[in-house]
Design a protein around this ligand. Structure first.
Ligand code: NAD
Length: 424
């Protein structure tokens, strides 16, 4: 293989999946080849070495990554994950999806993603703090409130964001809350950020029901994943009169044909003892069985690749909502399209999180904070507007909702690139 033919560093299978989705949407987006070429590669990819002193006195070095896909609409935005599988290709794929998601919601951002390749469970809180502060220092040349704004992702949380915010602020000499989102409320975090993704999923489901002449109240729902997204979504569904018959976490699922007491389960899992669903009495099912339970709406809010060509034919739901990123394989997507089962795609359904992150950044920049009802109402407006544009394009062009969401996002970015032209 010659040097010209060697794959670029981020070209991994996951990046090729993201690229394939983009290329499949391109014919419907009607954009020029030059713009396709430009958006097919991330704008900036950074690999750093993160040295850290461990509690036993020894030193080790972790690889750290940050990929910024497109800055045409504004600063880039995306999570930081600590995971043994983090790679440049994974960050590049996720950064591309973030670009389409932000553009679809008409947020003035491009996509980014980053992380450290490590086993976070093997690190003490002190070691995690040291890793985070050193990594932040190495990102200083490429992050900033107008350049790139990190957020939590897998195995990072509001404490991680607080350490990042403090490290950045100490370098510039004053508090800069707008450098990260998803931070504690005491240092400029936003109320309602924690519930935003789950609440947004249900806002999108409700709109879809309305378009299909169904009432959300009375719909029988099954929710996979009972964490920040799935747990909140299950509670919101019940608040709107839906009947949640099945929920699951990593330990397995619980089923009750008459409807589960979701509030009590949520309190058990999140408030009282951070317990698992396995400790609750009732009819237990495996995660595989849960996906195939009879229901009207299946919410996938755990992790990627849960429904594939193997189990999709046995899924009985009449609508599928992607709270997680990438829970359906490309083949499963095609099976649901063939059967006429609407799939509310991740870049639309779980966009409530980044939308309220945007609200957090705006509040920090303005030093003016909104109340919970205000934020919820603004989120409902944003999600509703994006949903309507996607639904209408899907009907007008005969596209699946995923294709329509991608095309809608891609068109926004392409229009900005066209208007700005090529520098110099
Ligand atoms: P979380 O860690 O709070 O919850 C994940 C839930 O899934 C937990 O209940 C866990 O027990 C369960 N789970 C883990 N492995 C499982 C398995 N093999 N089978 C069934 N359940 C399993 O995470 P989260 O923040 O709720 O994120 C869930 C998904 O949503 C991820 O794909 C994430 O990328 C995506 N997402 C999250 C946000 C956000 O704001 N939190 C925003 C957009 C997308």
């Amino acid at each position: 293989m010659t040097a010209e033919q060697a794959p670029l560093e981020w070209e991994t299978p996951l990046f090729h999946t993201a690229l394939a989705q983009f290329q499949q949407a391109v014919p419907f987006a009607e954009i020029s080849d030059a713009i396709v070429d430009r958006l097919s590669v991330p704008e900036r990819s950074l690999i750093v070495a993160v040295p850290v002193k461990l509690d036993d006195g020894s030193r080790t070095v972790f690889p750290g990554y940050r990929v910024q896909h497109s800055s045409v609409l504004g600063p880039t935005k995306g999570g930081i994950r600590y995971d043994p599988h983090v790679s440049l290709g994974e960050c590049a794929a996720l950064s591309m999806w973030m670009t389409w998601k932000c553009a679809l919601l008409r947020l003035p951002y491009g996509g980014a993603k980053g992380g450290i390749r490590c086993d976070p469970r093997a690190l003490s809180p002190r070691e995690l703090e040291a890793v985070t502060r050193r990594f932040t220092t190495q990102l200083l040349p490429v992050i900033g409130p107008q350049e790139d704004i990190p957020a939590p992702d897998m195995a990072t949380d509001e404490q991680t964001m607080a350490w990042m915010m403090d490290t950045y602020s100490m370098q510039v000499g004053h508090a800069v809350p707008e450098i990260v989102t998803g931070k504690p409320i005491s240092i400029g975090g936003s109320v309602f950020r924690a519930e935003a993704t789950g609440a947004g999923v249900v806002m999108v489901i409700e709109r879809a029901c309305r378009r299909l002449d169904r009432q959300l109240a009375g719909q029988r729902c099954v929710v996979q994943g009972f964490g920040k997204v799935g747990g909140v979504a299950a509670v919101e569904l019940v608040d709107r009169g839906a009947i949640v018959t099945g929920v699951s976490d990593v330990s397995g699922g619980l089923y009750d044909e008459g409807g589960l007491d979701v509030q009590a389960l949520y309190a058990h899992a999140h408030e009282v003892g951070h317990g698992s669903l396995a400790e609750i009495e009732g009819e237990h099912v495996t995660n595989e069985e849960l996906l195939e339970l009879p229901c009207d709406i299946l919410v996938l809010a755990a992790l990627e690749d849960q429904v594939t060509d193997e189990n999709a034919p046995r899924v009985k739901a009449q609508m599928v909502a992607e709270g997680a990123n990438g829970p359906l394989s490309l083949e499963a997507d095609a099976i649901f399209a063939e059967r006429g089962v609407p799939v509310l795609p991740d870049i639309l359904a779980n966009a409530g999180g980044v939308t309220v992150s945007y609200f957090e950044w705006v509040q920090d920049l303005g030093r003016l904070f909104w109340d919970r009802d205000d934020i919820r109402a603004r989120l409902a407006d944003k999600m509703g507007d994006a949903f309507d544009r996607v639904w209408e394009l899907s009907e007008a062009r005969g596209l699946t909702l995923r294709q329509a969401a991608l095309v809608t996002g891609i068109r926004e970015v392409a229009a900005a690139l066209d208007a700005r032209g090529l520098f110099p």
